[in-house]
Design a protein around this ligand. Structure first.
Ligand code: UD1
Length: 417
């Protein structure tokens, strides 16, 4: 297992290119199952989750390969309906093959993803909605077994905003008979990217990016060449790192139009963010101040930026409360930040953060993807050496993070644990 060793205290300076979005790429790769002809994706980040997805597509019978930021997927001669537990347990997003398999093959056998470090994360909303479209489900030996004699359009009102649920249903409805209406649909930019991809393949979708999406099923979808959107969470993480270390960064390829809530909260805290013609320029504008933050579905402040903004608040003046409303157990980074000297009190779904003058380096343990990122940015500003252990979480979602940070002047290296 690898760890990162960080000697903190140096301001980050320079230009950094934001990679393709993991959370957009995964559902879009799964949408390949729906296609009749080969597809090429560009701006695909080189990440562990991407390789897991391509491996799963191979197991399902498709031909999938990756080379220098582009993935190519060719349709299956014969689709295999089973997504095995060994892969699903390493990546919950695997459940996104359920909708496409039902639409294309009429059956799916997908391991039920278990809980994970950030909460229970059930898929009941995906299943109830697919049932309305004519699928039936059984649970057999830890597998969801789905069957349908043909999906049909339906009106679906989600009880709760679900990103994965909206994506599974969009894919299923794209090839269903008739019209599907998704109400209380997720508006996340990654959902919009999936809809745009499906439209580029011939799907009939309107309303994506609003709470009501209408999908008129078509007979078939064909491949195209599609650039995946850039990663708003990776970009946000570099914004936080620049502000925390007191440096100045220019971000290239930043999906600014998808980042209003993050920009506005960081500006409130005293971070200067300028959209210049050659990239997004970010620096600390004097003293940083703690603010209150609540995670909510898009266009609200994203849960995937909660851990990183908490790290920033740890070294800002005053105090603020972070409320996590999406996941019930997403404060695993708190104990680790406290080992570095942070002053945080957790009560149920809220964390009360009081800024301290400085953090001190310590050995810390990454518990999930975004928690890992918060420990890295904390380590970059801490006095002394921080060792972030279990960084396989980080490798799931941040492309070449230590390489990018080294190029910006950070003292950071990867080592074996
Ligand atoms: C969620 C985040 C997404 C983030 C991703 C990875 C939201 C709305 N979603 O997406 O931004 O990128 O995690 O961290 O911010 N739920 C159910 N039953 C279901 C599906 C969901 O109860 O069938 C609940 C979940 O437990 C959670 C909430 O609904 O409390 C939102 O879940 P969902 O959006 O589906 O999760 P992801 O798609 O993983």
């Amino acid at each position: 297992m690898d760890k990162l060793i960080i000697e903190g205290g140096l301001p980050l300076r320079g230009r950094v290119r934001v990679s393709g979005s993991k959370n957009a790429a995964l559902p879009i790769l799964f949408a390949s199952i729906l296609l009749d002809s080969p597809v090429t994706y560009t701006n695909v980040p080189n990440l562990r989750d991407i390789h897991t997805t391509l491996k799963l597509l191979n197991i399902l019978g498709l031909e999938a390969g990756f080379e220098s930021g582009a993935a190519e997927v060719k349709p299956a001669g014969q689709l295999n309906p089973e997504a095995p537990y060994d892969l699903v347990k390493t990546m919950r997003a695997s459940v996104l093959c359920l909708g496409p398999l039902l639409a294309r093959l009429g059956e799916a056998r997908v391991a039920l993803p278990g809980g994970c470090a950030i909460g229970a994360r059930p898929v009941n909303l995906h299943l109830t909605a697919l049932e309305k479209m004519g699928a039936r489900f059984d649970l057999d030996s830890g597998y969801i077994e789905g069957k349908t004699s043909g999906l049909h359009g339906a009106k679906i009102v989600f009880d709760q905003v679900t990103v994965g649920g909206t994506e599974n249903l969009l894919m299923a409805a794209a090839l269903a008979k008739g019209e599907t209406i998704l109400e209380n649909a997720a508006r996340e930019p990654e959902v919009v990217d999936l809809a745009n991809f499906l439209i580029a393949c011939g799907a009939k979708i309107t309303g994506h990016g609003t709470p009501v999406i209408r999908i008129e099923g078509v007979e078939s979808l064909s491949g195209c060449r599609y650039p995946i959107m850039s990663d708003r969470i990776e970009a946000g993480t570099y914004l936080v790192a620049a502000a925390m270390t007191g440096g100045e960064l220019t971000l290239e390829n930043c999906p600014c139009e998808a980042m209003d809530a993050v920009f506005s909260k960081l500006r409130e805290m005293g971070v200067v963010i300028d959209e210049a013609p050659d990239g997004l320029v970010v620096r600390r504008g004097g003293e940083l101040k703690c603010m209150d933050v609540t995670t909510i579905p898009y266009p609200g402040f994203p849960t995937d930026m909660q851990a990183q903004i908490m790290a920033l608040m740890c070294v800002s003046s005053g105090a603020g409360t972070i409320r996590e409303t999406i996941f019930e157990n997403r404060f695993m980074h708190v104990q680790e930040l406290m080992r570095m000297g942070a002053d945080i009190k957790v009560s149920s779904q809220s964390a009360f953060v009081r800024g301290v003058t400085r953090l001190t380096g310590a050995p810390v343990m990454a518990s999930d993807l975004r928690a890992s990122a918060s420990l890295v940015v904390a380590g970059l500003t801490a006095h002394g050496v921080t060792e972030v252990q279990r960084i396989y979480h980080l490798d799931r979602g941040y492309e070449a993070m230590e390489v990018k940070l080294q190029a910006l002047g950070a003292r950071i290296k990867r080592a074996k644990e």
